[in-house]
Ligand binder design. Sequence first.
Ligand code: SAH
Length: 383
Amino acid sequence: MSPLETEIRSRIEQDGPLSIAEYMALCLLHPEYGYYTTGTPVGGRASASREGGDFITAPEISQMFGEMIGVWCMEVWQALGEPSPFALVELGPGRGTLMADLLRVAKALPGFAAAADIYLVEVSGTLAEQQSLTLEKSGASLKWLRDTGQLPDMPAIIIGNEFLDALPFRQWVRLEGQWLERAIGIRDDKLAFVAKANVLPQEDEPEGEHEDGTIFETAPAREAQIAQIAAHLKQHNGAALFIDYGHLKSGTGDTFQAVRDHAYADPLAAPGQSDLTSHVDFETLLAIAKTAGCAVPPATAQGKFLVELGLLERAGTLGSGKNDHIQNQLRSAVERLAGPDAMGNLFKVAAFGAPASLGNRWPGFRSADDDMTDALSQDQPSG
Ligand code: SAH
């Protein structure tokens, strides 16, 4: 048994079952044994053949992803009236690949890089070192923060790819007319899901009737993160962009997921050695941003967003005059990032920001009456 599992079991024996949020925080961020604090979770671009790391993210698939996010940031910066200085903030930058690609493409807009104070929000010392190595070449001056509470009082453009899904969440299970917290205890000498005598507050309950055994998820840590950023943007101006595996409509269902060595794993087996996530409930998070006074364009899907920003044109430029091998690589990268059967529909993109500045000019987002947005709004969690 790993030292982390021993520690988790002794906590359960002393204090009773752990909520999924407590379990997740220990598994991902334990100072000595946590998955993010000690491991090399994200595979690098050179290892896109599935070697190394446990999972591949969009920026690791192709430079074009970070470049399109760079295009978004530049267009937003212009729409905001080119504030200088402003904070360019990435939450959970992984290996630093997205920011490196973003900064390279941003050289095209004089003034943007000069105005940007770059902040990387990261809890893992190992990954912060990796980010520093990746970004060395950019020559940019970088600051690391552990959370967004320390952001400077200035306009901000904030981005996070696969960040929200890594923040802890909780589950509730419907049993005899109540929503009880689904927690982690010990059964037959193994970690196992149990129901805990902790009832979901009525105001958080999902609408409608639900059968016994239905699972419902809440994510107070994600909600607090969005509320804090929305308040910052409302006060200091700016915009935020989040891309994640998730759904545009709140609903019930179990989306707790563990990934290890590029395959799904049992979230309770080998704590601290796999990536733990759940799908992001964008409807709830965007409602929070709206309540805080931010403007919120209808969320969209990654494929549509990237194509709107010029993914296909960029692939054309990169491939022009190149050999078949490179052209095929580019085609396959476009397919993986934007194809409806790959990441294109599963990953969602949501933005919000200070209302006066952007009006309807949200780059990458089309208007609310868009057919596709309507179709996607039916998208609910699936367990
Ligand atoms: N954005 C990167 C990495 C995604 S993995 C990419 O697309 O490749 C999640 C990232 O969020 C890691 O860098 C992880 O260390 C960081 N992270 C996880 N929980 C965090 C928290 N509570 N605060 C700050 N960063 C966190």
